[in-house]
Write a protein that binds this ligand. Structure first.
Ligand code: SF4
Ligand code: SF4
Length: 479
């Protein structure tokens, strides 16, 4: 099965319960943003621009748990900001598990190994020694850290930690292979850290998924290579969604860059071209997301937006109408459902009800439309997909590893490169230049910083890439 049986049954029960009760609108996945603070400043992130990133602006733990009960979604995606910065993240995961929910922690991966060391320290016993030695042998834990785990003090042993569970997934933000990903997150070494965290998670028995946003300039072949590589690491599943220049991002673009957002739209046609092979990918890799949504992405059908099924809760309340656009915040999920005129949003028969929705095909608006479809044929293909055999892990190879670790930026990201592009004489080497990676042992990067959501503002990246291209400063090994 692509998705574990117990989890499938839980979700199916939830849908059946609401269909029998004829509930017109109900939540499938809660996007819970306990804070918007992040240790990264990805060029594609509207979240850190739309909301305060001050650590004092957090949703208290009890309020997070109450929000989950309020909408009663069977799945909760804990995102942000970087959720591993949330001081009560362990208690939040424990509280959501106590409520019986399926939990995805959407993280940039940078603090994952620290959290897993905490788990080992709290639970260490001689039975864990072989795993610990393996982690040391693979450079995923240092000798010093391994001794700290073995000799944890009482406080470390009493700490609430995030332990492996079939109800919980790490959901690591990976937007491409090393060069692209580090460019997007604007920090060298983050891809390497993500890979180290995924390897450690798999050794310890965690479930680990990845989430990828496809941007206007994303190379489709690279996405396929990325899936092959992640599959070779035994990643349990992948979420993939087109990036979209949602409202806050567009405003930022006009205000800060003085550019017309229309020049940078990821249009529906462009999205469909990028996702033309999604159904093939769904056969070869464990893509999370219904086959109905995959057909939609591939341009084979239309769907109606069901943004109410993946509501977002954050420090301001229930965000309407969707994860991307903000027309208001409401104190309860029920009030949001009742007061928002949902007929104003989405695209119906190719006509956008709201011009801001025109090119949107994102996961949080349309994947639930696939899962909730009443057509018998859709139910059948969804079931067949989910109960079908899980695709085998892609064979690991040195060649694949080399393709994944395809060079790193010089670590200063897009903005530095833009300056270099604008003033090449002052910057002989651009941030997009790849330095050759001679050491392919991929010892994990030193503890870096994290982030996780990659939702769609392509404006800065597109703008900077255009400048860089115009100035001819991109150099790669292949060139
Ligand atoms: S189509 Fe739906 S998910 Fe997309 S921007 Fe509009 S309301 Fe939001
Ligand atoms: S990691 Fe996520 S929250 Fe942090 S800056 Fe990047 S996209 Fe935004």
């Amino acid at each position: 099965m692509r998705f574990p049986l117990a989890l499938t049954v839980k979700i199916a029960r939830h849908i059946v319960k609401h269909k029998l009760a004829k509930t017109p609108k109900f939540a499938m996945v809660l996007q819970l943003e306990p804070l918007h603070t992040c240790n990264l400043t990805c060029t594609g992130c509207g979240r850190i621009r739309e909301y305060s990133t001050n650590l004092k602006d957090m949703v208290p733990l009890e309020q997070c748990l109450a929000a989950a009960q309020d909408c009663d979604a069977p799945m909760v995606s804990v995102c942000g900001g970087e959720p591993l910065i949330y001081p009560k993240i362990e208690e939040l995961v424990a509280g959501l598990r106590a409520q019986g929910r399926i939990i995805y922690i959407c993280t940039n991966g940078v603090f994952m190994r620290k959290k897993m060391r905490d788990y080992m320290a709290a639970n260490f016993s001689p039975a864990m020694e072989p795993q610990l030695q393996k982690l040391v042998a693979e450079n995923l834990v240092t000798e010093k850290e391994s001794n700290q785990i073995r000799n944890a003090d009482e406080a470390a042993r009493k700490k609430v930690t995030i332990s492996p569970s079939k109800w919980h997934y790490w959901n690591v933000h990976v937007d491409g292979l090393e060069h692209t990903h580090d460019l997007i997150v604007e920090r060298e070494g983050v891809f390497k850290e993500c890979v180290a965290a995924i390897k450690m998670a798999k050794i310890l028995g965690y479930q680990c998924a990845t989430n990828t946003t496809v941007y206007r300039e994303t190379d489709v072949q690279e996405i396929e290579d990325m899936f092959k590589y992640l599959s070779s690491l035994d990643v349990d599943g992948h979420t993939i969604s087109p990036g979209y220049d949602y409202d806050a991002a567009k405003k930022d673009m006009v205000k800060r860059l003085g550019r017309d957002p229309k020049e940078f739209f990821l249009t529906r046609d462009m999205t469909r071209a990028k996702f033309a092979k999604i159904e093939q990918w769904g056969k070869a890799f464990t893509i999370f997301g219904t086959p109905v949504y995959q057909e939609f992405l591939a341009g084979k059908r239309e769907l109606t937006c069901t943004a109410w099924a993946i509501p977002t809760y954050n420090v301001k309340g229930w965000k309407a109408p969707c994860y991307l656009m903000t027309d208001g915040h409401y104190p309860t999920y029920g009030e949001m459902l009742g007061k928002v005129n949902w007929e104003k949003y989405g695209v119906v028969n190719g006509v956008a009800r709201d011009p801001r929705c025109e090119h949107c095909m994102v996961h949080c608006g349309y994947d639930p439309s696939g899962a909730l479809s009443n057509k018998p044929r859709d139910t059948w293909i969804n079931m067949r997909y989910n109960f079908g055999a899980k695709p085998k892990a892609y064979p690991a190879s040195i060649e694949l590893e080399k393709r994944a670790f395809n060079g790193v930026t010089i670590g200063k990201g897009h903005l530095a490169q833009a300056k270099a592009a604008i003033n090449p004489a002052a910057n002989a080497r651009g941030a997009f230049s790849r330095k050759e990676v001679e050491d392919h042992t991929h010892a994990p990067a030193p503890a870096a910083t994290g982030g996780a959501c990659g939702t769609g503002d392509t404006s800065q990246r597109d703008d900077l890439l255009a400048k860089i291209k115009a100035n001819g400063t991109v150099t790669t090994k292949a060139e």
